[in-house]
Design a protein around this ligand. Structure first.
Ligand code: ATP
Length: 314
């Protein structure tokens, strides 16, 4: 039977602080990640993403629950199974005094990959990350983006089938962040990697993940395909252009609609949670003899969905 890359069951983690208080960082979280999936762990700052990933790596012990990687239990005594690599907070796993090339050689070496094979991989990774001209520069002299790429290179050179990436685009400029997203997609598509990545940036998750786990205050609040998340919350966004100026109070019952005046027009934008509310809005417009010039249906904004999932919808 094929082993499941990652299985997290009823994971809880409490941190005990000096004054005797305890912080619940993760509470009763369960999920699995299947072969070849790219799954996003999404949540606001302090939600519990890093704690979850650290538990999966075996860097910290769960207070409750269990973690299995390819069927093997992981904990502090048996950290990071040989078939997982993790890139934590961007660049922690690289050695500052080794050059880019030496870092990758080191990680391939500890994995027991023969030098000749490793050399080929390293050249490919240096090309891919555009680090060729920095190959002999020590890691501490690289820019943050380069360090992040190098950290990912060191994780990849180990050729593990499961990758854990904690905030892989944090601190990168827009271009580098887009490159990194493309790169992560390639890893899954062309190299069959299974990837769990955390981010508080919904755009990153939306770009690379097929499925998203939303975590808030340590609890898993959604585990859905991205498309389903949209459907689940039935978010339909519209922009409606009406000739002439209408009194905003007419639309008071539609809490999620913004009313603006633009060039002698009334513009309504926002989302309506069901087709019923769209019909109701049409009634209101008709009753007030409004002349509707245009109704545009817009792609729902992922950020709004995210806020709705967290119960902070506007
Ligand atoms: P961010 O996006 O800000 O990195 P996160 O989702 O990764 O956030 P965690 O770092 O897992 O969140 O933190 C979850 C909660 O646990 C937070 O309330 C945090 O303050 C607390 N926490 C994390 N590490 C410790 C620790 N070593 N001791 C005490 N509390 C901690």
């Amino acid at each position: 039977m094929e082993k499941i890359p990652l299985m997290v069951e009823n994971l809880s983690k409490y941190y005990h602080e000096r004054k005797g208080e305890s912080v619940t960082a993760v509470k009763d979280v369960s999920f699995r990640v299947d072969q070849g999936e790219v799954v996003g762990l999404l949540g606001p700052n302090g939600a519990g993403k890093t704690t979850t990933i650290k538990c999966i790596c075996g860097l910290i012990n769960p207070s409750e629950g269990s973690i299995n990687v390819f069927g093997q239990p992981v904990n502090k005594r048996r950290p990071l199974a040989e078939n997982v690599s993790a890139v934590l907070e961007g660049n922690r796993n690289i050695y500052w005094r080794l050059t880019a090339r030496e870092n990758m050689e080191f990680f391939a070496g500890i994995q027991g990959i023969p030098a000749r094979e490793a050399r080929k991989d390293i050249e490919r990774l240096l090309d891919m990350f555009e680090l060729q001209d920095k190959r002999d520069v020590t890691a501490r002299k690289l820019s943050r983006g380069m360090q992040q790429k190098l950290a990912l290179g060191c994780a990849l050179v180990k050729r593990t089938p499961l990758l854990l990436l904690d905030e892989p685009t944090l601190g990168l400029d827009v271009e580098a962040s887009i490159d990194m997203r493309k790169f992560i997609l390639d890893l899954a598509r062309d190299h069959g990697k299974t990837i769990l990545l955390s981010s508080h940036d919904m755009n990153v998750v939306e770009d690379v993940c097929k499925r998203v786990l939303v975590i808030n205050n340590g609890r898993l609040v959604a585990d859905e395909k991205i498309g389903n998340l949209r459907k689940l919350f039935g978010v339909h966004s519209y922009e409606i252009r009406i000739h002439g100026l209408l009194d905003g109070s007419l639309f008071r019952e539609f809490k999620d609609l913004k009313v603006e005046e633009r060039d002698g027009h009334t513009i309504l934008t926002g989302h309506l949670s069901s087709s019923d509310s769209l019909y109701r809005l049409m009634d209101v417009l008709r009753e007030n003899r409004a002349v509707v010039e245009e109704i545009k249906s817009m792609e729902p904004d992922f950020e709004e969905i995210f806020l709705k999932v967290l119960g902070r919808g506007r």
